[in-house]
Design a protein around this ligand. Structure first.
Ligand code: 3NM
Length: 210
């Protein structure tokens, strides 16, 4: 969970395959294919890119997670699925993919408890900081929400998301997250490998302090 890189074709300034290769070299530990937004790839093109990225993840022994597309996840036999609160009945989704990694986006203790109850493998919490990558986010919550979930007894793996960069990654993990998930901190960086390495260093520094 340390450095969870999320990306789709619209997030990249160069070929997505290249961005992912570089990010993995820098130390990304988990990858999510999130093909979303106006003008994004669909159907066969979406699947074709997914296959390429999945192959790269396999080669690097990093799990490949699909965002919000259960059919694509199943057809690729991907390692897991990530869903938001608006992406359907999470209990039913868990039933459909009992042996896969299931991540759920949560925004408060109640959603976190429900996700844990249905058997989510990890929780994505955000937006921690302001982001312009996703337009329909909830209000910025700061890293104190991670502290709150831990204080309320949530022990499931947590990744923070939203506006996380090398400069603020430490605080998110110090607050109790197991890692950080980022899109543009890596995908828009002039050197995705260096960006991933910098994030990993910050997360590992914060682990030492805990
Ligand atoms: N989900 P960046 S924020 C995909 O709050 C996503 O649930 C969010 O992009 C949430 O790292 C977000 O570029 C976008 O800020 C994160």
């Amino acid at each position: 969970m340390k450095v969870y890189f999320i990306m789709g074709s619209l997030n990249c300034k160069e070929a997505p395959e290249l961005v992912l290769e570089k990010a993995l070299k820098g130390g990304v530990t988990l990858f999510q294919y999130r093909e979303k937004g106006e003008g994004c790839l669909s159907s066969a093109d979406k699947k074709a890119l997914a296959l390429q990225l999945q192959k790269i993840c396999r080669k690097n022994h990093v799990p490949f997670i699909v965002n919000d597309d259960l059919d694509l996840m199943i057809s690729l036999n991907a390692d897991g699925l990530h869903v938001g609160q608006e992406d359907g009945d999470i209990r039913e989704i868990r039933r459909r993919i009992p042996d896969k990694i299931l991540g759920v986006s949560v925004h408060n203790a109640e959603e976190a408890q429900t996700a844990v109850q249905i058997g989510a493998d990890y929780l994505g919490v955000g937006p921690i900081y302001a982001t312009s990558t996703k337009l329909d986010t909830r209000d910025v919550m700061g890293f104190s929400v991670v502290k709150e979930l831990r204080a309320k007894g949530i022990t499931a793996p947590i990744v923070g998301i939203g506006g996380i960069k090398e400069e603020n990654a430490f605080d998110v993990v110090e607050a109790g997250a197991d890692g950080v998930s980022v899109i543009t901190a890596i995908s828009h960086h002039e050197d995705p490998e260096r960006a991933a390495r910098g994030l990993l260093q910050q997360v590992e520094e914060a682990y030492k302090e805990r």
